[in-house]
Design a protein around this ligand. Structure first.
Ligand code: FAD
Length: 318
């Protein structure tokens, strides 16, 4: 059986949960087995995960699971995997999954592939998982040789597919340790989708000249319903908060659309954005390296181009 950890935020499933279940179902089909989902905490609509391919949903509700604690969540997932006989465990490759995958692998003495972007195959009889390496410039095919196999799946790499109907939900009781950490404050910076999950991103670089000019980026993001991002020097100069910095040393993103204005396209920046489905570059220097990675490019002054783009988006949206 393939066990998928379906993460919910504030009791709601987001796209990432549907992606990992789709991935789990496709993995189960490769192995000729079933895909089951695991929900931790009190979450409405757990049965709806069946639509994405989970034939059964396990749910654990416990005071220890109210706030995320990697050690407690690891125990919960590991114990359900053992109890239900999972041979493959699938998690999202977001901050939660990154926190858990290694711990889970150690606890279950399992091989793991973090950040996979393709459904496993049985190549020459071996369970083989593909993942990007060298900042997405190449890929590696990794054979998982252990009885239990763990995969975390990169966001936006699997199109969500609705293949089934509501699943049955089974409540489980597992003995869990006390959390080792306590979140005392959780503040959401903006009402926007967080960068790792964003499908539309508008990003600015040093070409913006200063934080006081960010209105042109904000306006376009607002019109599109996009999330804002920036290059590293921008965050280093405190023009924008560090959580907006994308690239090799920042957040790696895979949106459907990445609009970069006043960013030169250094290799370290591209490392975090070159998996975007469509890249639009606005730069006044026709020789800026970013144009080589762009699907669409505008050679021009961003202070003229961005307001025109914003007006066009607003007009289109009515
Ligand atoms: P610049 O290189 O200064 O480019 C500004 C661009 O704006 C230019 O191309 C210019 O033509 C254009 N421009 C100027 N005015 C206008 C205008 N009016 N209209 C249109 N275009 C205009 N960088 C990252 O972004 N992310 C990382 O994670 C990262 N990690 C790094 C790790 C290491 C170890 C190192 C050494 C560097 C790293 N960097 C990273 C820095 C990276 O090498 C570049 O220095 C950085 O990306 C450049 O940022 P920028 O493009 O905003 O600025």
């Amino acid at each position: 059986m393939v066990l998928v950890y379906a993460e919910a935020t504030n009791g709601q499933f987001k796209k990432v949960a549907h992606e990992v279940i789709t991935y789990g179902k496709q993995t189960a089909d490769v192995l000729g087995t079933e895909c089951h989902a695991l929900v931790l905490g009190d979450t409405a609509g757990a049965e709806s995960l069946g639509k994405y391919g989970a034939s059964k949903v396990y749910r654990i509700t416990s005071p220890q699971l109210e706030a995320f604690d990697a050690a407690v969540y690891t125990v919960a997932i590991a114990e359900v995997a053992k109890q239900q006989g999972a041979t493959v465990i699938v998690l999202p490759h977001n901050s939660t999954g990154k926190n858990i995958t290694g711990r889970l692998a150690a606890r279950l003495e399992a091989g793991s592939v973090p950040g996979a972007n393709a459904v496993p195959t049985m190549k020459e009889g071996f369970f083989t998982v593909r993942k990007p390496v060298f900042s997405g410039k190449a890929f590696a095919d990794v054979q998982l040789l252990t009885d239990v196999k763990i995969i975390s799946v990169a966001g936006n790499s699997i199109p969500v597919a609705e293949t089934g109907t509501d699943a049955t939900v089974e409540d489980l009781t597992i003995s869990l340790p006390e959390p080792k950490t306590k979140v005392v404050k959780h503040q959401v910076a903006t009402g926007r989708v967080p960068l790792p999950e964003a499908e539309l991103v508008v990003s600015g670089g040093r070409g913006l000249k200063g934080p006081e000019n960010w209105g042109v980026i904000e306006d376009l993001a607002e019109a599109l319903g996009a999330t804002t991002a920036c290059s590293r020097p921008v965050a280093d100069s405190d023009w924008r908060p560090h959580h907006e910095h994308v690239g090799q040393t920042g957040v790696a993103i895979r949106p459907n659309l990445y609009i970069a204005a006043g960013i030169s396209g250094a290799i370290q920046h591209l490392a975090g954005v070159n998996n975007s489905k469509t890249i639009v570059v606005i730069n006044k220097d026709a020789d800026a390296p970013f144009f080589k990675a762009a699907d669409y490019g505008v050679v021009g002054d961003l202070f003229e181009v961005l307001p025109k783009l914003t007006a066009a988006v607003k007009k289109y949206k009515g």
